[in-house]
Design a protein around this ligand. Sequence first.
Ligand SMILES: *[C@@H]1O[C@H](CO)[C@@H](O)[C@H](O)[C@H]1NC(C)=O
Ligand SMILES: *[C@@H]1O[C@H](CO)[C@@H](O)[C@H](O)[C@H]1NC(C)=O
Ligand SMILES: *[C@@H]1O[C@H](CO)[C@@H](O)[C@H](O)[C@H]1NC(C)=O
Ligand SMILES: *[C@@H]1O[C@H](CO)[C@@H](O)[C@H](O)[C@H]1NC(C)=O
Length: 156
Amino acid sequence: MSSGITSLLVCLAAFSSSLVVLAQRGESCNATSSPIYDCSQSISSDCKNATFVADRSTFSKNCSQMSLFWDAPVYNMTLLFDSHLIGPYALCLERVMCTTAFFTKNDGSEVEIKWEKFNGPVCFKSQQDTPIMQFRFDAGERWHCYGSFINFFFRQ
Ligand SMILES: *[C@@H]1O[C@H](CO)[C@@H](O)[C@H](O)[C@H]1NC(C)=O
Ligand SMILES: *[C@@H]1O[C@H](CO)[C@@H](O)[C@H](O)[C@H]1NC(C)=O
Ligand SMILES: *[C@@H]1O[C@H](CO)[C@@H](O)[C@H](O)[C@H]1NC(C)=O
Ligand SMILES: *[C@@H]1O[C@H](CO)[C@@H](O)[C@H](O)[C@H]1NC(C)=O
Protein backbone atom coordinates (compact mmCIF):
# COMPACT_ATOMS: atom_id res chain seq x y z
CA MET A 1 0.00 0.00 0.00
CA SER A 2 1.32 3.45 -0.78
CA SER A 3 2.17 5.65 2.17
CA GLY A 4 -0.36 8.23 0.91
CA ILE A 5 -3.25 5.80 1.16
CA THR A 6 -1.98 4.47 4.48
CA SER A 7 -1.88 7.92 6.05
CA LEU A 8 -5.32 8.71 4.61
CA LEU A 9 -6.66 5.55 6.26
CA VAL A 10 -4.97 6.46 9.55
CA CYS A 11 -6.56 9.91 9.37
CA LEU A 12 -9.99 8.47 8.64
CA ALA A 13 -9.64 6.03 11.53
CA ALA A 14 -8.62 8.83 13.91
CA PHE A 15 -11.42 11.04 12.65
CA SER A 16 -14.13 8.41 13.04
CA SER A 17 -12.95 7.39 16.53
CA SER A 18 -13.01 11.02 17.68
CA LEU A 19 -16.58 11.26 16.35
CA VAL A 20 -17.48 8.21 18.42
CA VAL A 21 -15.96 9.82 21.53
CA LEU A 22 -17.84 13.08 20.92
CA ALA A 23 -21.08 11.23 20.29
CA GLN A 24 -20.71 9.34 23.57
CA ARG A 25 -20.28 12.45 25.69
CA GLY A 26 -23.93 13.12 26.43
CA GLU A 27 -25.18 15.72 28.84
CA SER A 28 -25.98 13.53 31.80
CA CYS A 29 -25.78 9.91 32.82
CA ASN A 30 -25.29 7.55 35.69
CA ALA A 31 -21.66 6.60 36.23
CA THR A 32 -20.75 2.96 35.76
CA SER A 33 -18.93 1.09 38.50
CA SER A 34 -16.83 -1.99 39.07
CA PRO A 35 -17.54 -4.54 41.80
CA ILE A 36 -16.19 -3.56 45.22
CA TYR A 37 -12.86 -5.14 46.10
CA ASP A 38 -11.02 -4.52 49.36
CA CYS A 39 -13.12 -1.49 50.34
CA SER A 40 -12.60 0.15 46.99
CA GLN A 41 -14.52 0.51 43.77
CA SER A 42 -13.75 2.09 40.46
CA ILE A 43 -16.21 4.40 38.71
CA SER A 44 -16.25 5.95 35.28
CA SER A 45 -18.39 8.22 33.19
CA ASP A 46 -19.04 8.87 29.52
CA CYS A 47 -21.00 12.09 29.85
CA LYS A 48 -20.56 15.66 31.09
CA ASN A 49 -22.64 15.44 34.25
CA ALA A 50 -22.41 11.99 35.80
CA THR A 51 -24.05 10.84 39.01
CA PHE A 52 -23.11 7.97 41.28
CA VAL A 53 -24.52 6.76 44.59
CA ALA A 54 -21.79 5.57 46.94
CA ASP A 55 -23.86 3.33 49.17
CA ARG A 56 -22.21 2.48 52.47
CA SER A 57 -24.22 -0.72 52.79
CA THR A 58 -22.57 -2.14 49.66
CA PHE A 59 -19.15 -1.97 51.37
CA SER A 60 -18.04 -4.37 54.10
CA LYS A 61 -18.74 -3.17 57.65
CA ASN A 62 -15.06 -3.78 58.26
CA CYS A 63 -13.95 -0.97 55.99
CA SER A 64 -12.56 1.79 58.16
CA GLN A 65 -12.19 3.87 55.02
CA MET A 66 -13.75 3.46 51.59
CA SER A 67 -12.27 4.45 48.29
CA LEU A 68 -13.65 5.32 44.89
CA PHE A 69 -11.24 5.43 41.98
CA TRP A 70 -12.59 7.78 39.33
CA ASP A 71 -11.12 6.44 36.14
CA ALA A 72 -10.09 9.05 33.53
CA PRO A 73 -11.80 11.99 35.21
CA VAL A 74 -13.26 14.73 33.01
CA TYR A 75 -16.21 17.08 33.48
CA ASN A 76 -18.54 16.67 36.45
CA MET A 77 -19.10 13.75 38.78
CA THR A 78 -21.81 14.21 41.38
CA LEU A 79 -21.51 11.75 44.25
CA LEU A 80 -24.32 10.96 46.64
CA PHE A 81 -22.89 9.30 49.74
CA ASP A 82 -25.64 7.24 51.34
CA SER A 83 -24.65 6.54 54.94
CA HIS A 84 -27.93 4.89 55.97
CA LEU A 85 -27.38 6.80 59.20
CA ILE A 86 -30.14 8.83 60.75
CA GLY A 87 -29.09 11.31 63.34
CA PRO A 88 -25.89 13.26 63.50
CA TYR A 89 -22.88 11.87 61.75
CA ALA A 90 -20.03 13.26 59.70
CA LEU A 91 -18.62 12.34 56.33
CA CYS A 92 -14.89 12.88 55.98
CA LEU A 93 -13.09 13.22 52.68
CA GLU A 94 -9.38 13.07 52.07
CA ARG A 95 -7.86 15.44 49.57
CA VAL A 96 -9.08 14.62 46.07
CA MET A 97 -6.55 15.32 43.36
CA CYS A 98 -7.22 16.48 39.80
CA THR A 99 -10.60 18.00 40.58
CA THR A 100 -12.24 20.97 42.22
CA ALA A 101 -14.56 19.62 44.90
CA PHE A 102 -17.79 21.12 46.17
CA PHE A 103 -20.07 20.20 49.03
CA THR A 104 -23.73 20.64 48.07
CA LYS A 105 -25.89 21.85 50.93
CA ASN A 106 -29.51 20.78 51.33
CA ASP A 107 -30.68 24.05 49.79
CA GLY A 108 -28.68 23.26 46.65
CA SER A 109 -25.96 25.86 47.19
CA GLU A 110 -22.37 24.71 46.94
CA VAL A 111 -19.29 25.29 49.05
CA GLU A 112 -15.87 24.70 47.53
CA ILE A 113 -13.77 22.34 49.64
CA LYS A 114 -10.30 23.52 50.58
CA TRP A 115 -7.83 21.03 51.96
CA GLU A 116 -4.89 22.36 53.93
CA LYS A 117 -1.53 21.43 52.45
CA PHE A 118 -0.29 18.70 54.77
CA ASN A 119 -3.14 17.66 56.98
CA GLY A 120 -5.86 15.13 56.85
CA PRO A 121 -9.44 14.84 55.79
CA VAL A 122 -12.12 17.50 55.84
CA CYS A 123 -15.34 16.45 57.59
CA PHE A 124 -18.91 17.56 56.95
CA LYS A 125 -21.71 17.30 59.47
CA SER A 126 -25.02 15.81 58.40
CA GLN A 127 -27.90 18.23 58.08
CA GLN A 128 -31.46 17.67 59.32
CA ASP A 129 -31.29 13.90 59.71
CA THR A 130 -30.61 13.26 56.04
CA PRO A 131 -28.67 10.03 55.46
CA ILE A 132 -27.34 11.23 52.09
CA MET A 133 -24.70 13.88 51.45
CA GLN A 134 -23.98 15.32 48.03
CA PHE A 135 -20.69 16.48 46.54
CA ARG A 136 -19.65 17.56 43.06
CA PHE A 137 -16.21 16.94 41.64
CA ASP A 138 -15.31 18.99 38.60
CA ALA A 139 -12.32 17.59 36.71
CA GLY A 140 -12.41 20.24 33.99
CA GLU A 141 -12.86 19.90 30.28
CA ARG A 142 -9.51 18.36 29.43
CA TRP A 143 -8.44 14.91 30.49
CA HIS A 144 -5.21 15.48 32.46
CA CYS A 145 -5.14 12.72 35.09
CA TYR A 146 -5.08 8.98 34.70
CA GLY A 147 -7.43 8.66 37.63
CA SER A 148 -8.35 10.22 40.94
CA PHE A 149 -8.99 8.63 44.34
CA ILE A 150 -11.93 9.76 46.44
CA ASN A 151 -11.25 8.36 49.92
CA PHE A 152 -13.95 8.74 52.53
CA PHE A 153 -15.24 7.49 55.86
CA PHE A 154 -18.16 8.14 58.16
CA ARG A 155 -17.94 9.23 61.78
CA GLN A 156 -20.78 8.97 64.27
C1 LIG B 1 -24.42 19.98 33.81
O1 LIG B 1 -25.34 20.25 34.85
C2 LIG B 1 -25.34 21.62 35.23
C3 LIG B 1 -26.26 21.73 36.41
O2 LIG B 1 -27.45 21.07 36.21
C4 LIG B 1 -25.77 22.47 34.05
O3 LIG B 1 -25.71 23.83 34.42
C5 LIG B 1 -24.83 22.23 32.91
O4 LIG B 1 -25.28 22.94 31.77
C6 LIG B 1 -24.78 20.76 32.57
N1 LIG B 1 -23.81 20.57 31.53
C7 LIG B 1 -24.10 19.86 30.47
C8 LIG B 1 -23.03 19.77 29.46
O5 LIG B 1 -25.17 19.30 30.37
C1 LIG C 1 -29.92 6.99 36.69
O1 LIG C 1 -30.44 5.91 37.45
C2 LIG C 1 -31.67 6.21 38.09
C3 LIG C 1 -32.02 5.08 39.02
O2 LIG C 1 -31.70 3.87 38.48
C4 LIG C 1 -32.72 6.47 37.02
O3 LIG C 1 -33.96 6.79 37.62
C5 LIG C 1 -32.26 7.65 36.15
O4 LIG C 1 -33.16 7.86 35.10
C6 LIG C 1 -30.89 7.38 35.58
N1 LIG C 1 -30.43 8.62 34.93
C7 LIG C 1 -29.88 8.64 33.72
C8 LIG C 1 -29.47 9.96 33.18
O5 LIG C 1 -29.70 7.61 33.07
C1 LIG D 1 -14.65 -8.48 59.40
O1 LIG D 1 -13.64 -8.64 60.36
C2 LIG D 1 -13.85 -9.75 61.21
C3 LIG D 1 -12.79 -9.73 62.32
O2 LIG D 1 -11.53 -9.39 61.80
C4 LIG D 1 -13.78 -11.04 60.38
O3 LIG D 1 -14.00 -12.16 61.20
C5 LIG D 1 -14.87 -10.98 59.32
O4 LIG D 1 -14.80 -12.09 58.47
C6 LIG D 1 -14.76 -9.70 58.49
N1 LIG D 1 -15.90 -9.58 57.63
C7 LIG D 1 -15.80 -9.31 56.33
C8 LIG D 1 -17.08 -9.21 55.58
O5 LIG D 1 -14.74 -9.13 55.78
C1 LIG E 1 -20.32 21.15 35.77
O1 LIG E 1 -21.29 21.57 36.71
C2 LIG E 1 -21.28 22.99 36.91
C3 LIG E 1 -22.25 23.31 38.01
O2 LIG E 1 -23.47 22.70 37.83
C4 LIG E 1 -21.67 23.67 35.60
O3 LIG E 1 -21.58 25.06 35.78
C5 LIG E 1 -20.68 23.25 34.53
O4 LIG E 1 -21.09 23.78 33.30
C6 LIG E 1 -20.65 21.75 34.41
N1 LIG E 1 -19.63 21.35 33.45
C7 LIG E 1 -19.96 20.76 32.32
C8 LIG E 1 -18.86 20.41 31.41
O5 LIG E 1 -21.13 20.51 32.05
